[in-house]
Design a protein around this ligand. Sequence first.
Ligand SMILES: O=C(O)CCc1cccc(O)c1
Length: 533
Amino acid sequence: MVVGAGPTGLVAALLLARRGVDVTVLERRAGVHALPRAVHLDDESVRILQAAGVSDGFAAISRPAAGLRLLDARLRPFAAFHRSSRGVHGWAESTLFDQPDLEALLRAHVAADPRITLREGVDVVRIDPPGGSFSSVGTATAEPDVAAIGSPSAGPGGGAAAGGDPSPGDSYRVRLATGEQVPASAVLGCDGARSTVRAAIGARLRALGPSQRWFVVDVRCATPLPTWGGVDQVCDPARAATFLALTGDRYRWEFRMRSGETASELAAQVPSLITRWAPGPVEMLRAEEYTFDAAVADRWSDGRVFLLGDAAHLTPPFIGQGLGAGLRDAHNLAWKLAAVLHDGAPGSWVDGYRSERAPHATTMIRGALRVGRAMTGGSGAVAALRRPLVAGTLRVPAVRRRAEAGLVTRFGPGTLVDRRRDRRDPVGTPCPQPWPGHDGLLGDGWALLTSGAPEQPGPEPRETMPPHAGLPDAGPSDAVQGPVPSELARRAADLGARTVATTDPVLLRWLRTGRVRAVLLRPDRIVAASAPV
Ligand SMILES: O=C(O)CCc1cccc(O)c1
């Protein structure tokens, strides 16, 4: 059972259904949500859309973006982070789109999937677990949970353990406002910032930074506006702003609201605020106040009830990672849950969901807060210093490479991650996807990837750098061929892994850099174990 039909809930439903699980999605509203929300995904997130079977459709409603620029108050760029058109996950490192288009696409795929039932206009009011109560009982209400931010609670590294360990046959009962009770073997709370499911399991959001009020303006403009193809952040403490061209003739601005300023005051100022970019006529699509929060839930699950997306974490938009975090949750959980519910895998497989996802989500939120502070913090004097300081720092090649590489997913040791101590070991990181669709060669399940060809060493273009970029290349003399150790081979066989001997130069180089001759890949393409050379 998925509660919430936003992109995270719909992608979770599609991923589960592809693994043979029947899913009901319950949604309070009817139809696609028209408010201004996510506009950006990175390459790892688009790879997840690929896993959900919607990447071709997504390509038709999105466009690759050039990157992120920082501008001063006079709109003069002083730093730029360029994004490649082919990242380590096989897709453009930065993609822009309009969320209602994405939701319409996902809904079309959901409607075509016989395993998924979408019920709209239904209100979940309560969840009864098989044992009678959750480990920390909460009341399911639609109160604005953000008000609870700042209350004392365990951090993302702490929190209560998942309560109980219901067997897959046990049933939760999801109670609707109508009195109807819907049985469910698991519940995925994808019901947003004011999550009813979060309240039901007694979890709370913990603030990582202050809320900020912004004013979001979406327009259509018949005359193309001049843009560099990426996102512009105006680092002006007096009126911080974001500007980007979405797709087609659609553009977005976000303006930070000053203390005491009202949405209607800002609405009246829109023409003068956007005239520096759009001097001619525009068609106004939306102009709304939006509060950005930075928070993470103290608990992410209880038994087989899980929190995903905004129900588990709220990310300020400054690095475009909010929706991607929700998709990562769905991808991390769906294959494990399907294995437990459908294929008889041990219940412990889902235990690592929070420990794998929470540190990553928290780091992203802190990164967004840092960029937000760079855009909006300080006085005029600080803003004047920011320009030479940031530009100078980014001239150091190692700093620039690090800033442009973004956050690399790297899970610690756990039930499904056999981390060794070698820093180069790719275990816990995603296997690169050399080109869109390559994951299909590995199948939907576990895979044992080995070297299938003599290596072709040589310089690689930037877009084929491995995800742990920055580590020195092991060099062409390090052989990655050889027999797969029997223990790894046995584990792979037990898991029904497909063996793939790759001849792809990107993957061969990645194996070589990690000093491994075989890797066991989880269905989400994270390296679970490796055989060192
Ligand atoms: O990091 C990038 O390349 C873009 C980040 C981004 C995307 C969308 C909105 C935003 O404020 C930042």
